[in-house]
Design a protein around this ligand. Structure first.
Ligand SMILES: [Zn+2]
Length: 217
């Protein structure tokens, strides 16, 4: 099975990905992880990517595509799940050309849908401990004593990534990039939407049901 997982930041992509990988024994290909690995290993691609990142620029599509194409070659026969890639229609087209060359196409795009307001609530309510890194939530995962870490009593803070303006910007970027991507895959009739504003176990069950029917056909 060759899957693409889409979902806004805060939609629970990480949790669902883990469940799918365990159940179907797929290779998990996260563009963020692969980029970090290439940089750490000091490969040619990693060095090129580093140069862009050092100058504060986005890593260009060609480099990301080449990196992911290499990583996909290591997938087991069971397949893979792409996480954080493709991010643009240009990347999706390049991936399809690459895959078609080997007679393999993306089978399904799993689209975790969630209301921006819900995501914003999840993210802006997060508080973390600057000392031990523990993460809490003002509504869903409260520390025993308000505003203080359970483990070490340090005063909790809101990370700058979780501030309302940053969250709004990340959501806006996500929609701007992803909507054309969903349209692109929709033309092939392989997009499956899931309501991610539910208990993660329910979302997982819905995903497994869809993947189960794909495996049978
Ligand atoms: Zn702590």
């Amino acid at each position: 099975m060759r899957l693409v997982l889409l979902g806004a930041p805060g939609a629970g992509k990480g949790t669902q990905c883990k469940g799918i990988v365990n159940r179907y024994h797929l290779l998990h290909l996260s563009s963020g992880d692969i980029l970090r690995r290439e940089r750490a290993a000091g490969t040619e691609l990693g060095k090129k990517a580093q140069q862009y990142m050092d100058s504060g620029a986005l890593v260009p599509d060609e480099i990301i595509i080449e990196m992911m194409a290499e990583a996909i070659k290591e997938a087991p026969p069971a397949g893979f799940i792409l996480d954080g890639f493709p991010r643009t229609v240009n990347q999706a087209e390049a991936l399809d050309q690459e895959r078609n060359g080997e007679g393999q196409k993306i089978d399904a795009v799993l689209n975790l849908k969630i209301d921006d307001k819900v995501v914003a609530g999840r993210m802006t309510g997060r508080r973390s401990c600057p000392k031990c890194g523990a993460v809490y939530h003002i509504d869903n995962l409260k520390p025993r004593k308000a505003g203080v870490c359970d483990r070490d009593g340090t005063k909790l803070v809101q990370r700058s990534d979780d501030g309302p303006e940053v969250v709004a910007h990340r959501l806006e970027t996500y929609h701007r990039q992803t909507e054309p991507l969903v349209e692109y895959y929709n033309d092939n009739g392989i997009v499956y939407d899931f309501d991610a504003d539910r208990d993660p176990e329910e979302v997982k069950a819905a995903i497994f049901e869809t993947l189960g029917s794909l495996v049978r056909t």
